[in-house]
Design a protein. Structure first.
Ligand code: B12
Ligand code: B12
Ligand SMILES: Cc1ncc(COP(=O)(O)O)c(C=O)c1O
Ligand SMILES: Cc1ncc(COP(=O)(O)O)c(C=O)c1O
Lengths: 523, 259, 523, 259
C-alpha cells in the first residue's frame, strides 16, 4: 500500500521507539508481580471448573484462602494438594475450599510436585492449541467473508435470547458477534458460574454462557457458510481469567486493553497492568484477536483536540502486545472519532484519522467504532451518521467494523435495529466497495495536514510518557481526560509482589512460547 | 400452501400463536417505534401530549426519545413503547394467488398442449396514471429482475397499450382483440383514484357482458390480491411481482375457463 | 477547475457541435410554426387575465374561437379588437369570447394596430424586466446560501397547506421550493383559473396559486434572511403560458425540457418542440433558471446502460437553450443515476457521472435528483440511500440538489419527511463540505474509465441524432427507451404552420433580445 | 411561563387545542409511522397480523409499506396509518423547572449579595453507573455546549465524586461537607436501576434527617422533572441540560431555603 497521506516514516519509527520503551517498563513492572486473578486463571487453565452452591467459583475459594501463599504462586501448592489428595483439579479445589485438603506445607517444591505442575501446564497448553487448531480448521473450511468484518453486539441480558438475536444477525451478514456483559461485571473480582439468564445492559460472561453461544454460532456458521467469530471481554478485574476461558472455549475476539480498566472503570493501574501481561500471553497462545479500547477515549475527551491520544495509546498497546507474543493480525487496535457531526468538515477529519491508523498499522485489523456519543434520540439522523461512518470505514480499509445502531442513545439494540444496521452497512460498503482504490488525497489538503498533525502530537505525547513513565502520565490525565493515581482505584489488594521462589509453570510455558517465537523470528 | 397452517409455521420458541405481540429483545415485550408530527409548537406539554397519544395507541411506558420543533406551530416526535395489543395469528386467513412456481418453458408447453393456441393479453396503465415501468416489467420483452416479460413468451400474444389509457379505449381494445386476459396497472393512489379507476373498468366490462370470458387482473405497488378480489378482479399483484408469476396465473385461469 | 477525470476536450467539443446542429434543426422547425399555447401566452403577456364562470380562461375562449386566424398570429387581430372596443386586454378578451367583439376583419394590418400591438409587447417586456429587477434586488439584499441549493417539493394538493409546509421547509434550510402540480395537469390544454385547493399528487398550477406561494416565500425569505426560490413547471401542453406566468409572477425556477413531454407524457413532438422555443425565449428574458428533465430518463431505461443518453440530452438541451438566449447560469441541467444501490460499486458510477457532468458543463448549476426508483417501503434504507446521494452531490459540486425523501415509494412527503431529509442532507454536506477539494481520482481507475466511456457513447449517439434528426431518433426509442412518432401523441391539433404574414410582436421582441445579446457577445 | 397558556400558544390555523391529532400533510389526517418486529415468519398472514395490530393501535387504513423476513421465525414491518385518537391539549399540565435564563455573572452576583457565601455542591454518578460525561458536563470547569461548569462559578464550591459512587459514600460526603445541594446523575436505566438508586438515596437522606437542608437534584438523559418530583427530588434535568440552568435553579432554591 502506498501512502495517501505522506506520513513521515521517521516520525512513525520514533513513536514506535518511545512506545516500546513504555511497554518494556510496564512489562518489567508486571513481571515482578502476580494477582489473584492471574493465580485463578492459572488454576482454570490447569482444569479447575465450577463453584460452590452460592455460586462462588472454586478458584476464588482456593485463592482467597491462600493469600499468604500467593507471592510464591498457587501452582505448586495446588499441585502438591492434588498429589496428596489424589484428586483431579476440580475435586482438589473443592476439597481445599471445603477444608478437606490444605495448601502449602512441605513438599511444595519437591521434584514430583514440580513435575505434576509442569505436566498440568503442558496439558493446559495442549488444550489451548487444540482450540486453535479447531478454529483454523473451521476457518479453512468456511472462510469468513470480506473485510471489514461486520461486528455486532447482543446484550439482551439473557443468553438464550442472545442466541436468537445472534442467529438473526448472522443471517443478516454479521461476521463477529460480541456478547456484551452485564453492567459492572468488570468490577466483580470473580466470574459468575454456570449458564445464566441474568444481567442488565448485557449478559453475564460465564464459562457456561461462552459455551452456549459458541455452539449456537457454530451452528449458524454452518448455515451461513462462513465462520462467525465470537467476542467477549478480557477486561476488568478478572482479565486474565477471561482470557483463559476465551482460549479454551474458542472465543475468537476479546476486548483487551492496557488502560481501559484504569481510565473507565477506575481499576487500580498496578492491578490492570499486571493482569494485562498475563492475559496477553494467553491470548497470543490462543490465537485470539484482541480489540483494544481506544475507541472509548474520545467519549470523555474532545475528539478533535485529543485525537493524538488515541494514536499514542495504539502505539503503546501495539508494543505491549508484540512483546507478549501477539502477531500483528491479532491486534484489533480500536479507534473512533467522536465528533459532533454537525460541525463542518468532520467527515474529512474522520477519514484522515482512519486512513492514518490504516497506514501506520498496515498489518493490524483495526477495529473501528462508530461515533456513539453524538447519537441522539433522532433515529433517522443517527442512521445516517452510522452510514457515513460505514463509508469512512470502507474508504480506508478498516479490518473490523463495529456496527452503529440508530437507537444507540436509548437502549441496547432491538432485534431489527441490528438487521437494519447490517442492511445499511452492507449497502453502503457494497456500493463503495472499491472506492479506496479510486481516490487519493491532494497534497497539502486538509486531510493530509490533519493526519500529519495528529501524528506529530502523538509523537510528542509518547516522548512525555516515556520520560515520565506510564503511571505519572495517567496521574497527569494525559489519556481520555481522566486522572488516576498509582494507589487509587479498585483491586490493588489483589496484587502481590512475587517472591524469589515464585513459580507458575503455565506462565513459564506461555513466556517460553514467546521467547521461542521471538528467537525464531530473529527479534 | 394455499392456506396457512399455523402448526406448520416455525414459530420461535415460546410464541403463543393466539396472542402474537411485537418483539424487541425479549418475547412479548411488545416494543414498537412510532413517529409523528403534532400541530403544536414544541413545549413540555406537547411532549406530554405525544406521550399520551402513545398511551392511547396501547403502548405501556410510552417514551418520547426525540422531539424537534419544526417551527410555524409544528413539532415532531419519536417514541418507543410496549404494545399491549396482540393478534390471534391462528384466525388470520388471507386469500392468496397460487404459489406454485412454474418456469417459462413449462408455462409455454402447458398452454400449447392444453389450450392449443396463444393466449391473447391486453395491458395498460389507465386513467391519468403515467407510470409504465410496472406494466412494462410484466409485459415487455425486457422483463424484470432477470425474467422475460410476456411479450417474450411464444404462447402469449401480449399487447401493451402504455400509459394514461382511458378505460373506454382499453375496453374497445379488449373487444376488438377478443382478449383472453386484461392486465391493468395502477401506481398513483392519491385520493384512492386507483380504486375508482379499477372499479369503473370492472363495471364497464360487466356491462359489456364479457366479464366471464376474461381473466381480469390488476397490479401495482399498493395493490393486494385481497383488494383486487373486493373490486371484482380475478387477481391482484403487488410490489416485486415477477412476470412468470403472472404468466403462470394467466395460463391456469385461461385454461380453466376455456380449455 | 482542473479535470479530475481527464476527459477529452476534443470529444466534448464534438458533442457540442452535433448537439448544436440538432438544436438548429429543431429551432428552424419551430420558427415556422405556432401553437394555441404560444398564442395564449402572447395574450397573457400583453395582459389578459381571468376566465369565465366555468373556469375556462379568456385566453382559451379567444384562441379557440379564432383557430382560422392562428396561422397569422392572434396579436394583430386582438390589438385591432382592442382598438375597436376601446377596452383593456382582459375586457377585450371577455368581449370577444362573449361575442360582443369580433376578431379578424379589416384593419388587422394597419399601422395603428401594429403600433398598438407593439406598444403592448413593449409593456409586456417591461413587466418582465421589472420582475427580474425585483428578484435581483432581493437576492442582492438577502443572498441565498451555499450551493448546492437545497430543493424540496410540496405537493399537498391544497395551496394553503402547501404554504404551511413550504414555510416549515424554509426554516429547516430549503433554498428552492417547488410546488408539484396535480397529476395529469400537463395534459390539460388550459391553465385552470384562480386560487385552487384542488389536485391530487400535487396542487394545480394557476396564476393565483403562483401569487399565493410567491408571497408566502417572500415572507419566509425575510424571516430566514435568505432569498428562497420558487419553482414550478413550464412543461406539458401549456408550456409557453406557464413560462409567461412564471416570468410575470417572479417564479425563479421552472422545469422545462425539450423532450420530457414527448417521452413521459406522450405529447406530440411537433407541439412540444414548437412550444419549447417560445417558452425558452420567455424564460431567458425572465431570468428564470430552467431545470431540464434528464433526471427522468433512467426511471424507464437502465441506468448503467443508458447513462450516455442523459449526457446526450443535456448537450441538446444546452444547445437549444443557448440559442434561445439563456445564459449558462440559467441551465439547471437535470440528471440522476437510478441504479440499484445493492449492486457493487454503484456509488463509484454515481460519482463518475456527477463529476463528468460537472466538468462538461462547468458554468451550469446542474440539478441533481436522487435515485427515486429504487426507493422502497424501507424508510430506513431509503434514508441512507439519500444520504449517499447527498454525499455524491457535495463531492462533485452540484448546483441544485433535489432532496430525496425516505418515503418516496409511498406518498408525497409528510411534513417531517422533508425536515428529516433537510437535516440529514445539511449534516452530510456540512461534514463533507470541502471533500471535493481534497480528493482526486486515480488515473486508469473505475471512476475515470466510466466517465470516459459514457462521454464516448454520448458522442456516438449525438452523431446519430444529428444524422437522422431528432424526430427519427425519438422514433427509434433512443431516449429513455420510449418510442414516439411525429404524428402521435397529444396536442398536434394545436400546431399551426405560420403563414407568411404571421406577426407576433412579443415574440419579435423576445427574439430581438437574443439577437441583440448574441451580437453584443459577438456570437 | 411556568404554566402553559393554551391561548398564548401559536397553534397553526384551524387546530382545535382540545382535539390535537398527528399531522402528515393535512390538518387532522392523523398520519403516523410505526415499526416493529413480530415473532412469526414472513407470510401474507404475518403482514395481515401487522396490519391488524396497526388497527388495534387506533390507525385507520393501516398500511404495511415494508416487510422483511429476519429469519429464525421473525419478521419486520413498517406501517403508516391515520391515528383516530386525539389529545385534549388544554388539559395537559406538566410541572416545569423555572425557565428564566440567568447568566453566569448574574447568578454569581445574586448568590454573593443575597446568600453572602459560596454554595456547597456535591455531585456523583451513583451505583454501578460509570457514565461521567453528563455530570462532568454540568460540574467540571470545561462545562458543556460552550458554557462553564459549576467548578468555574466563583460562588459555588463544587465537588464531583465521579462515577460508580455507592449511595453510602455519597451520603457520607454530603454530611461531611455540609452540602447545600446534591447532584446525582443516572444514565443507565436498564431494569429501572436508576429509579431504585435514586429512591434509595432519597430515603437515606430522609432517614439522616437532613432532607430539608438539602436541595436534591437528579439528571440524566431519561430523567424528567416530573419523574424527579415523584421520586422525592426537588428537580430533574434531562438531555441537553446546560450548566447555567442548573446553577440558576440551585441558586434560587438555596437562597429560598437559607437566605
Ligand atoms: C419512476 C417514477 C415516475 C416516472 C414514471 C416514468 C414511467 N414512464 O413510468 C415519472 C418521473 C414520469 C413520474 C412522474 C410522476 N409521479 Co412518479 N414515481 C416514480 C417512482 C420513482 C418509481 C416507480 C417505478 O418505476 N417503480 C418500479 C416498478 C418496477 O415498480 P412497480 O410500479 O411497483 O411495478 C411492480 C409491481 O407493482 C407490479 N405491477 C405494477 N403494475 C402491474 C400491473 C399488473 C397487471 C401486474 C400483474 C403487476 C403490476 O409489477 C411490477 C414489477 O414487480 C415512484 C416512487 C417509487 N420509488 O416507487 C414515484 C411515484 C409512483 N410517483 C408519484 C407521483 C405522485 C408522480 C406524479 C403524479 C408527480 C406529479 N404530480 O407530477 C408524476 C406524474 C405521473 C402520472 N401522471 O402518473 C408518487 C405516487 C404517490 C401515490 N401513491 O399516489 C410516487 C410513489 C412518488 C411519491 N412518493 O410521490 N414518476
Ligand atoms: C460514552 C458512553 C459510554 C462510555 C462512558 C464514558 C464515561 N466516562 O462517561 C463507556 C464507553 C465507558 C460506556 C460504557 C458502557 N455503557 Co455507555 N454510553 C455512552 C454513550 C455513547 C454516550 C453517553 C454520553 O456521554 N452522552 C453525552 C452526555 C453529555 O449526555 P448525558 O449523559 O445525557 O448528560 C446530559 C444530560 O442528561 C444532563 N445530565 C446528566 N447527568 C446529570 C446530572 C445532573 C445532576 C444534572 C442536573 C444533569 C445531568 O446534563 C448533561 C449535559 O446536557 C451512550 C449512548 C448515547 N449516545 O447516549 C451509551 C449508553 C449510555 N451506554 C450504555 C451502556 C449499556 C453501557 C454499558 C453498561 C455497556 C456494557 N454492558 O458494557 C457500559 C458500562 C458502563 C457502566 N457501568 O455504567 C447504554 C445505556 C442503556 C440504558 N438506557 O440503560 C447507552 C444508552 C448505549 C446503548 N444504547 O446501549 N458508555
Ligand atoms: C477494552 C474494553 N473492556 C471492556 C469494555 C466493556 O466494559 P465493561 O468493563 O463494563 O465490561 C469495553 C467497552 O467498550 C472495552 O473497550
Ligand atoms: C421537465 C419536466 N416537466 C414536468 C414534470 C412533471 O410532470 P407533469 O408533466 O405531470 O407536471 C417533470 C417531472 O419530473 C419534468 O421533469
Amino acid at each position: 500500500m502506498t501512502s495517501k497521506l505522506d506520513l513521515d516514516p521517521g516520525r512513525i519509527a520514533c513513536c514506535r521507539e518511545s512506545a516500546d520503551a513504555v511497554a518494556r517498563a510496564v512489562l518489567a513492572f508486571a513481571s515482578e508481580r502476580t494477582t489473584v486473578s492471574i493465580e485463578r486463571a492459572t488454576l482454570r487453565l490447569i482444569g479447575v471448573e465450577g463453584g460452590d452452591d452460592a455460586g462462588v467459583p472454586w478458584v476464588n475459594r482456593v485463592v482467597d484462602g491462600a493469600r499468604s501463599l500467593l507471592p510464591g504462586g498457587i501452582a505448586l501448592p495446588f499441585a502438591r494438594a492434588m498429589r496428596v489428595g489424589g484428586l483431579d483439579p476440580t475435586q482438589t479445589a473443592r476439597a481445599v475450599a471445603e477444608g478437606g485438603l490444605e495448601l502449602g506445607g512441605e513438599g511444595v517444591a519437591d521434584s514430583e510436585t514440580q513435575a505434576l505442575a509442569h505436566a498440568l501446564a503442558e496439558r493446559a497448553m495442549a488444550r489451548i492449541s487444540g482450540t486453535v487448531a479447531d478454529r483454523e480448521a473451521r476457518l479453512e473450511a468456511l472462510g469468513e467473508g470480506p473485510r471489514p468484518l461486520l461486528y455486532v453486539i447482543v446484550a439482551s441480558g439473557n443468553i438464550f435470547e442472545d442466541v436468537v438475536q445472534a442467529k438473526v444477525c448472522v443471517r443478516a451478514g454479521a461476521q463477529v458477534v460480541a456478547v456484551i456483559r452485564s453492567t459492572a461485571q468488570s468490577l466483580l473480582d470473580y466470574i459468575p458460574e454456570g449458564t445464566t439468564t441474568e444481567g442488565y445492559g448485557g449478559t453475564y460472561a460465564t464459562q457456561g454462557n461462552f459455551r452456549v453461544m459458541r455452539a449456537a454460532l457454530d451452528e449458524a456458521s454452518e448455515e451461513a457458510g462462513r465462520y462467525v467469530r465470537l467476542c467477549n471481554y478480557a477486561s476488568g478485574l478478572c482479565m486474565p481469567e477471561m482470557a483463559a476461558l476465551g482460549a479454551v472455549e474458542r472465543l475468537d475476539v476479546m476486548l483487551n486493553d492496557a488502560l481501559y480498566g484504569i481510565l473507565f472503570r477506575d481499576i487500580n493501574m498496578q492491578r490492570t497492568l499486571t493482569d494485562q501481561a498475563f492475559s496477553r500471553l494467553v491470548s497470543a497462545a490462543g490465537g485470539i484477536l484482541i480489540n483494544t479500547g481506544e475507541d472509548n477515549y474520545l467519549t470523555t475527551a474532545d475528539a478533535v483536540d485529543a485525537a493524538h491520544t488515541v494514536l499514542a495509546s495504539q502505539f503503546i498497546n501495539e508494543a505491549i502486545a508484540l512483546r507478549c507474543g501477539l502477531q500483528p493480525w491479532q491486534l484489533g487496535l480500536g479507534h473512533a472519532m467522536q465528533m459532533n457531526p454537525l460541525n463542518e468538515d468532520t467527515f474529512l477529519l474522520e477519514v484522515a484519522q482512519a486512513q492514518m491508523a490504516r497506514e501506520i498499522f498496515p498489518d493490524c485489523p483495526l477495529k473501528y467504532m462508530p461515533p456513539t456519543k453524538h447519537m441522539t434520540g433522532d433515529i433517522f439522523r443517527g442512521h445516517v451518521q452510522d452510514a457515513m461512518f460505514s463509508l469512512a470505514s470502507v474508504m480506508t480499509g478498516q479490518g473490523i467494523h463495529l456496527l452503529g445502531m440508530m437507537t444507540e442513545a436509548m437502549h441496547t439494540p432491538h432485534i431489527h435495529d441490528r438487521v437494519l444496521a447490517l442492511d445499511a452497512t452492507r449497502m453502503v460498503m457494497g456500493s463503495a466497495r472499491h472506492l479506496a482504490d479510486e481516490i487519493s488525497f491532494v497534497p497539502g489538503g486538509r486531510i493530509r495536514t490533519r493526519a500529519q498533525e495528529v501524528l506529530a502530537e502523538a509523537c510528542d505525547l509518547l516522548e512525555t510518557v516515556r520520560r515520565d513513565g506510564i503511571f505519572a502520565a495517567l496521574g497527569q490525565g494525559r489519556f481520555a481526560d481522566v486522572v488516576r493515581t498509582a494507589e487509587g482505584g479498585r483491586g490493588l489488594d489483589g496484587v502481590f509482589v512475587k517472591s524469589p521462589d515464585y513459580r507458575n509453570p503455565v506462565e513459564d510455558l506461555l513466556r517460553g512460547r514467546v521467547a521461542w517465537r521471538g528467537a525464531a523470528e530473529g527479534a | 400452501m394455499k392456506r396457512k397452517d399455523v402448526a406448520a409455521l416455525a414459530l420461535p420458541e415460546g410464541v403463543n400463536p393466539h396472542a402474537v405481540r411485537p418483539y424487541g429483545d425479549a418475547l412479548d415485550d411488545g416494543l414498537v417505534q412510532v413517529s409523528f408530527t403534532l400541530p403544536v409548537p414544541l413545549c413540555p406539554e406537547s411532549v406530554e401530549a405525544a406521550r399520551r397519544l402513545g398511551g392511547q395507541m396501547g403502548l405501556k411506558e410510552p417514551t418520547v426519545y426525540h422531539q424537534a420543533d419544526l417551527g410555524h406551530g409544528f413539532s415532531f416526535y419519536i417514541l418507543y413503547g410496549k404494545l399491549q395489543h396482540a393478534v390471534d395469528f391462528g384466525r388470520i386467513v388471507v386469500p392468496r394467488v397460487s404459489e406454485t412456481h412454474v418456469s417459462f418453458d413449462e408455462i409455454n408447453a402447458r398452454v400449447q398442449s392444453v389450450l392449443g393456441r396463444r393466449i391473447r393479453v391486453v395491458g395498460a396503465c389507465t386513467g391519468s396514471d403515467a407510470h409504465t415501468v410496472g406494466i412494462d416489467a410484466i409485459m415487455n420483452m425486457k422483463g424484470y429482475d432477470g425474467e422475460y416479460g410476456l411479450e417474450r413468451y411464444p404462447q402469449f400474444d401480449a399487447r401493451n397499450l402504455g400509459s394514461q389509457v382511458p378505460n373506454e379505449v382499453l375496453l374497445r381494445q379488449i373487444v376488438e382483440l377478443d382478449a383472453d386476459a386484461v392486465l391493468v396497472s395502477q401506481v398513483v393512489t392519491q385520493r384512492d383514484v386507483h380504486l375508482d379507476n379499477l372499479a369503473e373498468l370492472a363495471d364497464m366490462i360487466e356491462a359489456q357482458g364479457i366479464r366471464e370470458r376474461i381473466v381480469l387482473v390488476c397490479g401495482g405497488p399498493r395493490i393486494t390480491h385481497e383488494v383486487a378480489l373486493e373490486l371484482g378482479y380475478d387477481a391482484g399483484f403487488g410490489a416485486g411481482t415477477r412476470p412468470s408469476q403472472v404468466a403462470s396465473f394467466l395460463a391456469d385461469e385461461v385454461i380453466r375457463r376455456k380449455a
